[in-house]
Write a protein that binds this ligand. Structure first.
Ligand SMILES: [Fe+2]
Length: 246
């Protein structure tokens, strides 16, 4: 049934220069991403078609809403990988997590119980859309002391930073890498997020590109971005995604 997924060529696919997607929600049933294995497989095959050949999927770890653990995420990854193998889907999949920065995260950090991106020490984090935690800089500092390197997911979507652009430079200076979302460039998250994503790119402050794909609606919009003239402007930006799979 899924034979169409096999051996898809990636030459000239819009995101093949990036190659590695390092932010998505593709493990079924553990957060607000994929609903079931079929949903996961459909999204992964779409990402394959777009030129991604490796995926580090990042379910939320947010105690209040998605109380995932490293073990649970890796268990979900195992099921997903075995389904992909059964269907002979040509995609390398690993897992990390998108950690919400709160007291629970502080405990995980203290216990060194964080899933890093690939073989690196990068850890994907997110904060509230209403405001950064008051001690956010301290978290960044503590992560560094513990040997981790923070990557802030979708910085362009935080309007309190977007309206105060110099704060981004402060984060970068503190050692926090920035990852923009594909869909921010389509305007899906509003014009402020779109303009901010572009400004961050123009200022070469972005390290990573992620799809943050949660569902087929997102996957289809990412496909549309790949066809757009806007993407042609940024496709040669030196995103560092491939370094995650050295
Ligand atoms: Fe996400």
């Amino acid at each position: 049934m899924f034979s169409f997924l096999k051996n898809k060529k990636t030459i000239e696919s819009p995101f093949s220069m990036i190659g590695v997607d390092m932010h998505s929600h593709l493990i079924p049933g553990i957060d607000d991403g994929a609903q079931d294995l079929e949903d996961s497989v459909n999204m992964i095959s779409k990402l394959r078609e777009l030129g991604f050949t490796r995926i580090i999927t990042t379910p939320h770890t947010y105690k209040e809403y998605y109380p995932n653990t490293s073990e649970g995420i890796l268990e979900g990854l195992k099921l997903l990988k075995s389904r992909l193998q059964e269907l002979e889907v040509d995609m390398e999949v690993e897992a990390a997590s998108e950690y919400f920065v709160d007291e629970h995260f502080a405990e995980l950090l203290e216990n060194r119980d964080l899933l890093t991106l690939g073989k690196t020490n990068y850890v994907l984090i997110e904060i509230s859309f209403f405001g950064a935690p008051p001690n956010f800089e301290d978290y960044i500092f503590q992560m560094g002391l513990a040997g981790y390197q923070p990557v802030l997911a979708h910085p362009e979507r935080y309007s309190f930073y977007a309206n105060n652009f110099r704060k981004y430079q402060r984060l970068v200076d503190l050692g926090c890498a920035l990852q923009i979302n594909a869909l921010s460039l389509t305007g899906r998250y509003g014009s402020l997020a779109m303009k901010t994503a572009e400004k961050l790119l123009k200022n070469e402050m972005v390290t990573f590109f992620g799809t943050d794909c949660h569902n087929m609606g997102h996957a289809n919009q990412i496909y549309q971005l790949g066809q757009s003239s806007r993407w042609k402007k940024y496709k040669d930006y030196p995103f560092q995604n491939k370094m995650l799979f050295k």
